[in-house]
Design a protein around this ligand. Sequence first.
Ligand code: PMP
Length: 349
Amino acid sequence: MLPQAVMKKAQKEFLDWQDLGVSVMEMSHRSKEFLALTAKCEASLRRLMNISDEYEVLFMHGGGRGQFSAVPLNLHQDGKTAVYCENGVWSKSATDEANKFTKTLSIDVRNDVNGEFSIKQVTNWVLPEDASYIHYCPNETVDGLEIFDVPSHPTAPIVADMSSTILSREIDVNKFDLIYAGAQKNIGPSGISIVIVRKTLLEREGLPKPGILDYALEAKQGSMFNTPPTFAWYLAAEVFEWLELNGGVKAMEVQNIAKAQLLYDFIDGSSFYTNKVAKHCRSRMNVPFWLNDESLNDKFVAQSKDAGLLALEGHRIVGGMRASIYNAMPIEGVQALVSFMDAFAKEHS
Ligand code: PMP
């Protein structure tokens, strides 16, 4: 979901932005009005996440997967290995992509026991002494696993794919060297991705790479080496403004905890549904759950759709159901889901 207020504002100014008589989509990305928008957008994100001047903020193309390629291309170091900590579908995909460009070492940080999905405490991750960088995914969107602590390493930069957790809870950006996120969860529509990168990392030569994936080049060009996705950028700026007006990341975190708690408590108390994730690493954004009688899956999806509850079908890789409860989902949305799940369970028990 995107915030209703943002969608309505965008609708209102769709044909005529800032009384200029044209849509923001029709503006030149180099016009002074659009440049003012991008400056405002970056300043807003810096305030929301408390990003210091030691970091560059880039607005890039190519979504999360674009960054799967950009990270090794920019951070590769000859003779060194890139470490990929794997805890689910997306962190594994990141490794597969990086393997095309640099030498990687995969580290399994899952700790599944007796059918319960779990992740090792970050302090127990066995990381090699030397690495070009350490990559991990704090929230595995498909698996519904979230890592709340941040791994550390004495020398290697820490790189995090925050596509599905960015802005959902407070984090200390200083513990990271590179954070990236595709926009289409908590930022705006797809088409733009955000990279927050420690400036010192831009000095790395990396590998030969396409200009549009080159961090140093994009930093130098104000993220406008080529024409950026301007409408997505505009909507991201609107979402950041909405976040600031609504109490910022702290307020989102409080609401996200309440939303997740409501849903997990209901599932845990039910003999009809199951969540297989250990409590300490349950995602606040993506809640996978299974009907104990899987023959009812199709009926559940059809009836939930009729009730106005959309996109509950789990990812094809893991099956079951999955509730995506990103920032813009109000608690009323989760309450409606729980009421529906309760009624469905009663009807079929
Ligand atoms: N990383 C994570 C954690 C994701 O959830 C996704 C998409 N759901 C991606 C990467 C890939 O993003 P994109 O589709 O924008 O390439």
